[in-house]
Design a protein around this ligand. Structure first.
Ligand SMILES: Nc1nc2c(ncn2[C@@H]2O[C@H](COP(=O)(O)OP(=O)(O)OP(=O)(O)O)[C@@H](O)[C@H]2O)c(=O)[nH]1
Ligand SMILES: [Mg+2]
Length: 240
């Protein structure tokens, strides 16, 4: 048994599963996951603000016991209320995005019915740990958001989100000095575990438009809009 495994068998993660079949004209679905407080909602808000004038957008948030994130997005009017839906997961946040995704699929169906046609649906996971990833039956590509406050060792610790997400975002780099996090170490370790998949080091405080992430999202939209390249691996888009 490999020394890093407790129960002997590797877990089956989503990265090697087939991707969701998208009908022509269907909205691109982007999952935004990551640990509690890393900046997922702040990133979703930034993307909505930047894209809402050119695209038809909607958001699903997942919270365990509340509708806090949806309330935040509505309060800050990043989108009209009818474009934001909250799923209350009631248990481990990863369950609703990976194991029983029915509530999220229902929420997406309702958003599509209420706001036709949609170009992009952002699905924010409840804050979880490094093992949480989205089912490829729910979303098309996923962003995993960590932050520097967890320490510069986090990328080195790996996990499916850090390793296999289509885009890894290391947020709050404005706090790096305060928490003694070495950004070069985070950059180097991310590149090592991700084997070519892109990573963006950002600060939503210093760059509220999340320009690197925005550029990556635009690339995904362009690739999915072009049927000739829609079968291509979305992880090829470069950020850093
Ligand atoms: N200093 C700093 N703070 C940030 C940055 N991005 C987000 N925050 C703050 O971090 C806190 C958590 O941000 P959220 O967007 O709520 O994080 P989240 O990942 O959605 O949190 P959960 O949904 O509860 O898991 C908030 O107080 C944000 O204002 C950043 O780049 N720098
Ligand atoms: Mg949130």
């Amino acid at each position: 048994m490999p020394p890093h495994l407790i129960d002997g068998e590797p877990h089956s993660h989503d990265h090697d599963r087939p991707r969701r079949h998208r009908e022509p004209g269907e909205a691109l679905r982007i999952g935004v996951g990551g640990p509690v407080g890393s900046g997922k909602t702040a990133l979703v808000a930034a993307l909505c603000r930047e894209l809402r004038d050119e695209l038809s957008l909607a958001v699903v948030t997942n919270d365990i016991y509340t509708t806090e994130d949806a309330d935040f997005l509505r309060r800050h009017a990043v989108l009209p209320d009818e474009r934001i839906t909250a799923v209350q997961t009631g248990g481990c946040p990863h369950t609703a995005i990976r194991d029983d995704i029915t509530a999220n699929l229902d929420a997406i169906d309702d958003l599509i019915a209420a706001n036709p046609p949609l170009d992009l649906i952002l699905v924010e996971s409840g804050g979880d740990n490094l093992t949480a990833t989205f089912s490829t039956g729910l979303i098309d590509v996923q962003i995993f958001v960590i932050d520097v406050a967890g320490g510069d060792k986090v990328p080195r610790k790996g996990g499916p989100g850090v390793t296999y997400s289509d885009l890894l975002v290391v947020n709050k780099i404005d706090l790096a000095e305060r928490v003694n996090a070495d950004l070069d170490v985070m950059r180097r370790d991310s590149a090592k575990v991700r084997e070519g998949r892109p990573t963006a080091l950002i600060s939503l405080t210093d760059d509220p438009s999340a320009s690197d992430v925005l550029a990556w999202v635009r690339t995904q939209l362009a690739e999915y809009a072009n049927p000739d390249v829609s079968e291509a691996d979305p992880r090829t888009a470069d950020v850093h």
